[in-house]
Design a protein around this ligand. Structure first.
Ligand SMILES: Cc1cc2nc3c(=O)[nH]c(=O)nc-3n(C[C@H](O)[C@H](O)[C@H](O)COP(=O)(O)OP(=O)(O)OC[C@H]3O[C@@H](n4cnc5c(N)ncnc54)[C@H](O)[C@@H]3O)c2cc1C
Length: 462
């Protein structure tokens, strides 16, 4: 319970205008972009919007003293309920911490506060010819703090990796208000445990990330887009494997099944090859047009060997946009098909991609549910979307059984519950199955050591 006396202390830290406590304001901080129902019980008691690491440290010291739950929040674009306050307390919104503190061109590193939007960081670096590759589809609104806390990935992960591949250092406010600075600009650094990696992907349960030092790479000079159609999903997957085995690494490789293709085509009014059962959209990049042409030729040859039925290389920016439009519009096109959509985020070894899709199709038939399948074929991360009406209790029951079986299918083929969206609330029931007893014990020991009073994002992950 946050008393008037505690509110007074917090107002003195951040200024009264940065403590929100009206019913409507608290409601606005009670949900995120997951598919969870809106519940009045998830309203925070207050919303606090600090401007500096020092203010965050002071707020945490108060929260620690009075044992107040604190739920960190970036842009609330999370898909698993991570920023939803389950136990009232403080919703700690980092949205005012939007400074890009330093762009160190010599060391090719950037330091940004937690509330900087991913796209703003990208553009800031791109203007100097430097490239920050992690590109979650939410990058126009997600924050760097949220990206680090979820270890966000994106379409370019197949070539460039995910957020953790770029985190060099972090400023983290611990549960009791202590400020920890970990990592730094030294490329090789094995002094002690790798704490920056521990906090990356910790979903706000171990500390509040206030600043990140991120590695950059030179911006590729040219980019190109290819679209390849196949008569089966397996042929599309085989093309990815053979490309990678041959050392041809595309910047992105997205796959869609026939259902998704039809849906996207209807949505965007595009005519599709009726024989296509799957489609790969590939981004290539390189130093010049010659390098792109060589890669495109190599990919076309591999795809042909794997049974492709159509190949197209975009000849201009506009054409490239047109090819990507199918993939970009897919999420909304699929969501428009039913009152509810449960979008999952399983990740499997690349060679298990066709097998897990077959298993998902069997689950879809067993429960009489439409499940659209698309994803980042280049790195084995799939987003099966269960289309349903959760207002119908009988259907809701079938949906939950189907989702249980999708997770079981991912684990059965050697995969995992989440490739990029994290565990949050929505997957916590399954985590023990994925990590096993020793894994869970280790995770809980870390949590206990860093958050002995259990005030940081309680109710998440398990
Ligand atoms: C349309 C759409 C597309 C998406 N596409 C992708 C995608 O391609 N790849 C991908 O990885 N994700 C994707 N996401 C999910 C989401 O955008 C990412 O997880 C993103 O990293 C969340 O950032 P955020 O700032 O919105 O964080 P929030 O949603 O506010 O928070 C996410 C979690 O991080 C914690 N947190 C936030 N900030 C901090 C901080 N400073 N310190 C400590 N903990 C913190 C929160 O408590 C919560 O647990 C998508 C979401 C949407 C809505």
């Amino acid at each position: 319970m946050i008393t008037d006396e505690i509110k007074k202390k917090i107002r003195a830290i951040v200024g009264p205008e940065n403590v929100l406590d009206s019913d409507l304001e608290r409601f606005s901080y009670s949900y995120d972009s997951s598919f969870l129902p809106l519940l009045p019980a998830n309203k925070p008691e207050i919303v606090v919007r600090p401007l500096t690491t020092e203010e965050v440290a002071k707020i945490m010291a108060v929260a620690y003293e009075y044992e107040i739950p604190v739920t960190p929040r970036g842009a609330a674009s999370g898909r698993t309920g991570g920023s939803v306050p389950l136990q009232g307390g403080i919703s700690l919104s980092l949205d005012r911490m939007t400074r890009i503190v330093e762009l160190d061109e010599k060391n090719m590193m950037v330091t940004a506060e937690a509330g900087v939007r991913t796209i703003d960081l990208y553009n800031h670096c791109a203007a100097r010819g430097l490239f920050y590759p992690p590109d979650p589809a939410s990058w126009k609104f997600s924050t760097i703090g949220g990206n680090v806390a979820e270890n966000a990935g994106g379409m370019r992960a197949v070539k460039y990796g995910v957020t953790s591949d770029y985190v060099m250092g972090l400023d983290v406010v611990l549960a009791d208000g202590t400020v920890l600075q970990t990592g730094g600009k030294a490329i090789k650094n094995v002094t002690g445990y790798d704490l920056k990696s521990l906090f990356t992907g910790s979903e706000g349960t171990l500390g509040i990330i206030t600043k990140a030092l991120l590695r950059l790479i030179p911006m590729p000079k040219r980019r190109g887009t290819l679209q390849v159609m196949f008569g089966s999903l397996d042929d599309g997957c085989a093309t990815i494997h053979q490309m990678l085995q041959a050392g041809i690494v595309p910047a992105a490789a997205e796959i869609m099944d026939r259902f998704c293709l039809d849906t996207a085509a209807r949505h965007s009014r595009i005519d599709l090859n009726p024989a296509a059962a799957s489609c790969l959209i590939i981004e290539i990049d390189g130093e010049d047009d010659g390098a792109l042409a060589t890669q495109a030729k190599q990919i076309e040859a591999v795809a042909k060997k794997c049974g492709s039925i159509a190949f197209r290389a975009a000849g201009s920016e506009e054409e490239s946009e047109e090819l990507w439009a199918i993939r970009r519009g897919l999420s909304s096109a699929v969501a428009a098909l039913a009152p509810n959509r449960l979008g999952e985020d399983i990740s499997v070894p690349r060679d298990a991609f066709p097998e897990v899709v077959r298993r998902i199709r069997a689950i879809s038939e067993k429960y009489g549910l439409t499940i659209a399948v698309y994803g980042h074929a280049g790195d084995g991360n799939l987003h099966p979307s269960v289309l349903c009406d959760l207002g119908n209790p009988e259907e809701a029951k079938r949906v939950h059984q189907a989702v249980d079986e999708i997770f079981a299918a991912a684990l059965a083929v050697g995969g995992t519950l989440s490739g990029e969206h994290g565990i949050g609330i929505t997957k916590r029931l399954y985590i023990a199955q994925a990590l096993g007893e020793a894994g869970m014990r280790t995770l809980k020991a870390v949590k206990q050591a860093l958050d002995p009073k259990g005030i940081l994002n309680p109710g998440k992950i398990w």
